[in-house]
Design a protein around this ligand. Sequence first.
Ligand code: COA
Ligand code: AMP
Length: 635
Amino acid sequence: MSSAEHRSGAYAEAFSESIEHPERFWLKAAEAVDWVDAPTRALDDSAAPMYRWFPDARVNTCFNALDRHVAAGRGDQAALIHDSAMTGVTRTYTYAELLDQVSRFAGVLAAQGITAGDRVVVYMPMIPEAAIAMLACARIGAVHSVVFGGFAAAELAARIDDAEPTALITASGGLEPGRTIEYLPIVERALGLTDRAPATIVVKDRAQIPGSAADHDGWLDWDAAIADATPADCVPVAATDPLYILYTSGTTGKPKGVVRDNGGHAVALAWSMRNIYDIGAGQVMWTASDVGWVVGHSYIVYGPLLVGATTVMYEGKPVGTPDAGAFWRIVAQHGVRALFTAPTAIRAIRKEDPDAVELAKYDISTLTTLFAAGERLDPDTYEWASTKLGVPVIDHWWQTETGWAICANLRGLEPMPIKAGSPTVSVPGYLVQVVDAEGTEVEAGAEGNIVIRLPLPPGTLAGLWRDEQRYVKSYLSTFPGHYLTGDSGYIDADGYVFVLGRSDDVINVAGHRLSTGAMEAVVARHAAVAECAVVGIRDELKGQRPSGYVVLKAGADIDHEVLRTELVAMVRDQIGAVATFRDVTVVQALPKTRSGKILRKTMRQIADHEDYTVPSTIEDPAVLDALAKLLGPGA
Ligand code: COA
Ligand code: AMP
């Protein structure tokens, strides 16, 4: 069952063209990009299942994001508006100013000997320099790898180990409500944990946070370096060369390095800006996410700039900085046309301001659409937001791996009726199917594994960084010829896709993707813990939250509250505050199958008070009974 079946109109036409004539479709879309050498062909499938897009083209992504707009007379238009609710300062960079800063920082990197293909880790809070560093890498063909500021030293070190960067760009720190996060001690710890420490370290000193490059031998100060820099020009790269690596959580503790190419990425994002978000040159888009996540890469930095739009970058929270009107203030102040955020942020606003009293204080008439992603937009939150805002509220579904939406309501191509709880239909380029455990497509309405028929469209992952085997094993081998999304759901008779949740051990906490395996690895290191399982249970505000179940070692004598405090501190210290690991339950045993596999799904169902069936392969049903008594209703 495909989304376009029995349909006519612009969407159906685009969808079938993209699936039946991908060459024609994507070569046409590629005209939105300024190439150094234009592509003569779209898809290279000679090494399938490793597909490559625009194999004979050469391009520079930064040129497309900045230089060409200045050359076209947009130099004085706002490119990036940085709005910090944490400092109260708003700063606007025109395209000409942003180009100047980016070429200077590219010059700083080049002067350090960094060239095309070298990796650069960016560990920064939501300040303009984060975007400048990313674009500067793109300018010289270096491959950036941004690490979310909420991750702790060990997570930063794991990414450095894998990416083997020649440079690390950081700042003295980030500002969270009520506290400052000093980055330099975290960077020092991370460098102590890796034997792949980069030769160059650049620090953007923020007045509000102690610590600077001057305290470290050989580290460069951002402001001084940029002031002295000779601007660097764009370096043409192959369309298939990597633009960035972005690490995301898999089911094991080891993060996956998703690799994005230059050419396919530019083509796909430019197409999505027009057809999904309905945003073009001169219009304002605000994506309230973080540059550390894929949403931030695609729609704070690259997407809006590739089409000459204005992007808003916000340092602050939806509530508490200073109140639940923060989002509406920004929309009004900067004339935002499209706002993109995570459902958890809307829930947070609703909780503080259920009657939208704050909203009434602002003129948000420029806003045409609210987009949501990162987790399912639950119907309740959808109803509240669309009633209060009076604009279409659009759920769309995607992943770090895909880099842009798999399913959406394509507002620029052909707006469709909204069904609450569904991200609408397959985006052109993605042939989404639902299959059973054997890989057979199921009937409309039946739940199963959501897969995408290969090849994936341009802009999606080219593979995992230096680990083709893991890429094939994780995504391509379960159902040959298809990409496994890891999500389960169904497609209804109208071709609307419903994404119900992950079918693996990845969880989604406040729109942040986290691995329960990584948390288990930390918990298991505690001296009193014999075994443990971490599962994602339902949370009213954050969608899910991690919940830990531990079996103590024989003879371990520890107060359960002390154990909980220690485990919470360990996870916070080794993964980061963003894990929000707070629940610990001591159990006698973990429910397992005879082959020793922990029944995490059943545990989650028990904790969420859902119906569950006792698998026939369970080793000891009494363990499940005990767990159900401990966690069940009325427990
Ligand atoms: N650097 C350092 N610490 C960070 C951080 C960062 N960039 N981001 C979050 N944290 C910390 C927070 O300070 C908090 O610490 P605490 O335990 O000491 O309070 C912890 O991580 C959890 O943060 P968060 O998940 O943001 O919870 P919150 O209770 O502070 O706020 C929301 C709740 C809903 C307001 C918030 O999660 C939110 O705005 N979510 C939207 C997420 C989003 O945009 N996701 C991107 C996907 S599109
Ligand atoms: P990330 O890679 O961090 O973007 O997380 C991707 C995962 O988040 C997906 O595999 C889904 O489980 C979930 N997700 C993201 N957007 C949606 C959505 N609109 N509806 C349902 N789940 C979503």
